[in-house]
Design a protein around this ligand. Structure first.
Ligand code: GZL
Ligand code: ZN
Length: 333
C-alpha cells in the first residue's frame, strides 16, 4: 500500500510541475508573441499605484480613476494603495513590471527617488504616465504628467489673501504644509511665497507639515496656537483636510475660525464647501481630483503610439464664502 502511495505522490508532483511549466511557458509564449500581457481579450492592462487614502481629495481621485477604468471596455485596471509610503509604490511598480502590464500610471508620493524604478520600466518597454504629482526625474522616463499647476494654486491662495485680508498692519501667517517632499507641498509653498515677497507686512511666522491629513493638521494647529495664540491672523493650509483639522483646533482654543483667524486652503472638497458655507473657512483654491477620464484617454493614446505633451494641465477655479453656496450643488467631490 505504502509503495502505491509513494508512486501516486510522485506522479502528482511531476504532473503539477509539468502543468506549471507549460502554464508559464505558454504564458511566456503568449506574452512573447504580444510583447506584453495583453489582458483578457486584448484589453490594455494598466498598473496604477495610488499615494494612499489620506484625504477627501485622494478618495475622490481614486474613485475617478477606478470608475473611468470600469466604464472603459478597453482597459483592465490593477490598482494598489501605497499608504503614503514610497517604498510601497516602488514595490507596486516592480510587480507591475514583473506582470508585464501594458502601461504603468501613478501619483508619486514624493518628487525624488523614482529614477531607478522608472528606468526599469523603460528597459522593460512599459510606458509610464504620471497623474496628479510630478517627479524630479529625466522626462524621457515618463510619457506625460496629468495634473495641476501647484505653484499657480499657491499664488492664487496668496493673491486671495492680499485681496481679502487688506491691511498694511502686520499679518502673521501660520502654514500647514502638505507631505514633506511632495510636489504639491513644495510648489504650493513656493507660489504663496512668490506673491507675498513684495508685501513685507505679510509674514509666515510658523510653517510645519500636517502630511495632508485632518488629524495631523489639527495637532500642528494646536501647537501653533499654544506658541502664538491670538497673534495668528491667517492660516494657509496646503489642503482642506488639514484646514478642517485646524478649524477644530481653533474652536477648541476658544477663537472663531473664519473671523478671529482667516483660513485659506486648497482642494475645494465637499468638507471645504460645508466649512465655507458655515463661515469657518474663508477660501479654498480648487484642485481637481477628477483625472480618471483624462488618464484613460492618455493610456489609449500612448498605446496607439501618439506623442503626448509632457504636461496635461487641469483647469481650476477659486471658491470662497461669496460663491460657495451657489457652486456647492455642482460639486462632484
Ligand atoms: C494635489 C494632491 C494633494 C491634495 C491633497 O493634487 O496631490 O494630495 O491637495 C492630497 O488633499 O492628499
Ligand atoms: Zn490641483
Amino acid at each position: 500500500m505504502k509503495k502505491f502511495k509513494k508512486l501516486f505522490t510522485a506522479l502528482i508532483s511531476t504532473a503539477t510541475t509539468i502543468s506549471l511549466m507549460t502554464g508559464c511557458a505558454a504564458g511566456n509564449n503568449q506574452q512573447a508573441s504580444s510583447g506584453s500581457s495583453g489582458g483578457k481579450d486584448g484589453k490594455i492592462v494598466v498598473g496604477f499605484s495610488q499615494v494612499g487614502a489620506e484625504s477627501e481629495w485622494r478618495t475622490a481621485n481614486t474613485k475617478s480613476v477606478k470608475e473611468s477604468a470600469e466604464k472603459d471596455p478597453q482597459i483592465e485596471l490593477k490598482f494598489s494603495d501605497a499608504q503614503q509610503k514610497q517604498e510601497n509604490q516602488i514595490k507596486a511598480i516592480r510587480s507591475f513590471i514583473a506582470q508585464k502590464v501594458d502601461v504603468i500610471a501613478f501619483s508619486p508620493v514624493v518628487q525624488t527617488g523614482f529614477d531607478t524604478v522608472l528606468q526599469e520600466a523603460k528597459t522593460a518597454g512599459i510606458p509610464v504616465i504620471l497623474t496628479d504629482r510630478a517627479v524630479d526625474a529625466d522626462p524621457s522616463l515618463y510619457k506625460t504628467m496629468i495634473g495641476s499647476d501647484f505653484v499657480e494654486e499657491g499664488k492664487k491662495a496668496a493673491q486671495w489673501m492680499l485681496d481679502n485680508v487688506k491691511t498694511d498692519k502686520p499679518v502673521n501667517i501660520v502654514e500647514l504644509q502638505g507631505t514633506v517632499g511632495s510636489a504639491p507641498a513644495i510648489d504650493r509653498k513656493a507660489g504663496f511665497e512668490e506673491i507675498i515677497k513684495d508685501h513685507t507686512n505679510y509674514k509666515i511666522i510658523k510653517s510645519q507639515t500636517g502630511d495632508f491629513t485632518r488629524t495631523k493638521g489639527k495637532e500642528v494647529m494646536e501647537a501653533f496656537l499654544k506658541s502664538n495664540g491670538k497673534n495668528i491672523n491667517v492660516v494657509y493650509s496646503h489642503n482642506d483636510d488639514m484646514a478642517i483639522g485646524a478649524i477644530q483646533a481653533i474652536e477648541e482654543y476658544g477663537l472663531t475660525p473664519g473671523k478671529d483667524i482667516k483660513i485659506i486652503s486648497v482642494d475645494g472638497v465637499k468638507g471645504a464647501f460645508e466649512a465655507m458655507m458655515a463661515g469657518k473657512l474663508n477660501a479654498s483654491i480648487e484642485c481637481n481630483p477628477l483625472l480618471g477620464e483624462q488618464l484613460m484617454q492618455a493610456i489609449k493614446d500612448v498605446k496607439a503610439g501618439k506623442e503626448l505633451p509632457k504636461w496635461i494641465k487641469t483647469e481650476e477655479g477659486i471658491f470662497d464664502t461669496t460663491n460657495a453656496a451657489k457652486e456647492f450643488p455642482n460639486r462632484q467631490y
